[in-house]
Design a protein around this ligand. Structure first.
Ligand code: GAL
Length: 394
């Protein structure tokens, strides 16, 4: 039996990217030395070709980020050529009838900023504000949605506790807390400067939300879940709720928290469930739980990222359908979800994991910088075109 799930009129369908992961030729940022991305997808030069492809795939919104290290390579000195280039990119999207979602900070920053102590430095929000103000003045008329900061919680924990991301520090709890706090302040400052330039601008933040549940039903585990869930998913939002025109949700996985000697606070990888190439369990119901938990903020929500590493494209089509089924359920229960952007349009540089994990709707050959359209991209394109999801039910 076939079941049709119609999405609201005007729902936006698209895909997301970020500068360092796709552009190529970025050698002046915090990642360049330890994690060089080389030419990546050469998106900086070939953006028209990728936008044509997005258009062919019926996408109506595209998310990209501005590379701060290109735009402000030296402190206080802005590079005209770089900003003009981004302007051209945004015009190219608009010219194809594609709305633009622009992230100001997606894990990368100029070296001079890192040398001053990066996000752990209390002056970081002011530096970011100057950059945000310049970008907004130059680009405002070409931007439909602004995202100030991408996944501050992930960057603070990976940069200062786990040590996987720059500045690659481990267990620096104070620095992590300072970075987190500075991200929140930076968001507020950037929000205000963008709104001063255009009071109608739509500005939000994209955070990585997880659905957290207790592995066992004992009271201690349940209590830990509540604390963890608040710190991980809500604290920042509570503090910045007045400065969010919409909530940007990046959803990838859920976490099971257990209090036992062997696995305190662990995200247990269940080998008996379908997993992505990176080992994360595919758990589509979690996106519904995340959305329902955000309902009380009464704000529009955009799914700013959702996807999986799946080189062989075995699960992606079904992954998209299952997640959208749950998104649709959340909408039918009153959550104001306005759009879905898949991560990612194309395979790209997956940060500390390099070029191994493949998240793209387009499959890249990084040697030749050529691509092929994956079958799941066409399945997604049909959903985008019809604004509805067709499910085969047994
Ligand atoms: C997110 C991040 C993206 C991308 C994605 C896939 O955390 O914002 O840049 O890498 O994960 O793992």
């Amino acid at each position: 039996m076939k079941k049709e799930l119609k999405f609201p009129e005007g729902f936006l369908w698209g895909a997301a990217t970020s500068s360092y992961q796709v552009e190529g030729g970025i050698d002046n940022c915090n990642w360049s030395k330890d994690f060089p991305a080389g030419k990546a997808c050469d998106y900086w030069n070939r953006y028209e070709q990728y936008f044509d492809e997005a258009k062919k795939l019926n996408q109506g919104v595209h998310r990209l980020s501005l590379e701060w290290s290109r735009i402000e390579p030296e402190e206080g000195k802005f590079n005209r050529e770089a900003i003009e280039h981004y302007k051209k990119m945004l015009i190219a999207l608009r010219g194809r009838g594609i709305k633009t979602m622009v992230t100001l900070w997606h894990f990368t920053e100029p070296i001079w900023f890192s040398e001053k102590g990066g996000w752990a430095n209390f002056e970081a929000p002011s530096h970011f504000q100057r950059f945000a103000s310049f970008a907004a003045k130059e680009l405002d008329e070409y931007v439909d949605f602004w995202i100030t900061i991408n996944e501050p919680g992930i960057f603070a924990s990976h940069g200062y506790i786990i040590g996987k991301f720059p500045p690659r520090q481990k267990m620096r709890i104070v620095s992590c807390a300072r970075a987190f706090w500075n991200f929140a302040r930076a968001h507020k400052k950037a929000y205000r400067v963008v709104k001063e330039i255009n009071s109608k601008a739509q500005v939000g933040m994209a955070e990585n939300y997880s659905f957290t549940e207790a592995l066992y039903g004992d009271p201690l585990s349940r209590f830990i879940v509540r604390i963890w869930d608040f710190a991980r998913n809500r604290m920042l939002l509570e503090y910045t709720r007045k400065e969010q025109d919409f909530i940007g949700v990046n959803y990838y996985f859920h976490e099971r928290v257990a209090w036992d000697v062997k696995y305190p606070f662990i995200n247990i990888k269940n080998v008996d469930r379908t997993v992505s190439d990176l080992g994360t369990e595919i758990y589509s119901r979690g996106i519904y739980k995340v959305l329902k938990n955000l309902q009380k903020y009464n704000l529009p929500v955009y799914i700013t990222e959702n996807g999986l590493a799946d080189k062989e494209d075995r699960f992606r089509g079904d992954f998209i359908r299952q997640h959208l089924r749950w998104v649709h359920k959340a909408i039918s229960e009153g959550v104001s979800v306005k759009g879905y952007l898949h991560w990612s349009l194309l395979d790209n540089f997956e940060w500390a994991d390099g070029y191994g994990p493949r998240f793209g709707l387009l499959e890249m050959d990084f040697e030749k910088i050529e691509y092929k359209v994956r079958p799941s991209a066409l399945e997604y394109a049909a959903i985008c075109k019809n604004n509805k999801l067709i499910l085969e039910e047994k």
